[in-house]
Design a protein around this ligand. Structure first.
Ligand code: CP3
Length: 337
């Protein structure tokens, strides 16, 4: 198996930086659209063959250095018997949040995920990343019922019933650890935690409802496999995230990565930082933005090339392919220089 990603996660990489992309298997790929046509997304996420095929698509089409399991952050809810669905044009929806959350046996709840991981591990020659949503982001989906821009209902709940909200976060933290442990038992090589809505919070609430649960998750998981932390607003929150001593932090596109690097201990790897919308521009623009990043992070043994957030659904697929090829060629030159 290629060691580039794992070496970078341990801040030991002496070769070119590895590259993978958040949402690398998605609608921007025509091959994915063909798989998806006429099918409900929920069904796709529960079809073993589809999970395997979608996970492998970007590996075969783009030759990225890591695979990420094709599932969604809402899958964790299956271990709490909470029903959800995906509605075209709306995204994920949770119809009702039960008064009491009961955990069911994780091995049973997540059997489709663990079977897919076992099968994928036999096929892949690059590491397989597992993932989960962070408790705060999952709480947002539970309380809002769907994607929200400002998380107003969630924040109203948090400020009006802090004890109840804390209880929900604690339950989700326990479920997330159980879910990630199932993924690790089945063979994932590293995991990423997505706190996509963390930036809706002020700093004090961020510390209470994002950092503290993430700390529990990092403490449980990092002794087993490397863990990458992502949140929207990670440029701003980088040093707070670093205080949890994760293996890596995935940085959005707001901050200057080499400057952020100076403030983070050298034992923590950094990932990301390219604005996904650069891919809407010209090839010359993609080259320029990539060169700037690679130059700034030259000879960094703990850098993983990625976008600052996921590939957008209407991104030209040929530009994504161009980016991956360009990063591989240019970063080899930078590594050799
Ligand atoms: O990166 C990958 O290729 C792996 C798969 C992956 C999916 N969701 C599959 C998916 C990952 C890592 C996720 C994480 C996820 N899901 C997050 C965290 C990352 C982030 O973007 O901040 C969040 C917030 C979600 C919730 C979610 N699921 C949203 C907002 C959507 C998109 C709705 C839309 O219509 O665009 C989904 C659906 C979803 N999850 C798709 C995929 C490939 C879209 C698939 C489709 O419509 O066919």
């Amino acid at each position: 198996m290629s060691q580039l990603l794992l070496n970078a996660l341990h801040c030991h990489n002496q070769e070119r930086p590895p590259i993978w992309l958040m949402r690398q298997a998605g609608r921007y790929l025509q091959e994915y659209q063909v798989m998806r046509k006429g099918r409900r997304l929920y069904d796709l996420f529960h079809d073993l063959e589809a999970i395997i095929q979608a996970t492998l698509l970007p590996i075969n089409l783009l030759q990225v250095d890591a695979a990420i399991l094709f599932t969604d952050i809402l899958t964790v809810l299956e271990g709490l018997s909470i029903r959800y669905d995906f509605v075209d044009g709306t995204g994920p929806v949770v119809h009702a949040l039960p008064d009491e959350l009961l955990m069911i046996e994780p091995q049973t709840a997540y059997a489709h995920i663990t079977s897919a991981i076992r099968a994928l591990k036999k096929e892949l020659s690059v590491p397989l990343l597992g993932f989960a949503g962070a408790p705060f982001t999952i709480a947002c989906y539970l309380i809002e019922g769907k994607t929200s821009r400002d998380q107003a209902k969630t924040k109203r709940r948090l400020f009006s019933d802090p004890a109840g909200f804390q209880e929900l976060i604690d339950t989700l933290t326990t479920a997330t650890i159980a879910y990630l442990n199932c993924q690790i038992d089945a063979g994932v090589d590293a995991v990423q935690l997505f706190d996509s809505w963390a930036s809706a919070l002020g700093v004090w609430e961020f510390r209470e409802y994002c950092l503290k649960p993430m700390q529990k998750i990092v403490s449980a998981i990092k002794p087993r496999v490397p863990i990458i932390l992502f949140c929207r607003g990670s440029s701003l929150f980088a040093s707070e995230l670093a205080s949890l001593k994760p293996s890596a932090i995935s940085i959005d596109w707001s901050g200057d990565l080499p400057t952020i690097r100076k403030g983070i201990p050298r034992t923590i790897a950094l990932q990301g930082n390219l604005d996904p919308m650069v891919l809407y521009g010209t090839r010359a623009g993609i080259e320029q933005a990539t060169d700037r990043l690679l130059e700034g992070m030259q000879k960094e043994p703990g850098y993983i090339f990625n976008l600052g957030h996921g590939v957008l659904p209407d991104t030209p697929a040929d530009h994504v392919k161009f980016l991956v090829d360009y990063v591989r060629t240019r970063s080899e030159a930078f590594a050799a220089a």
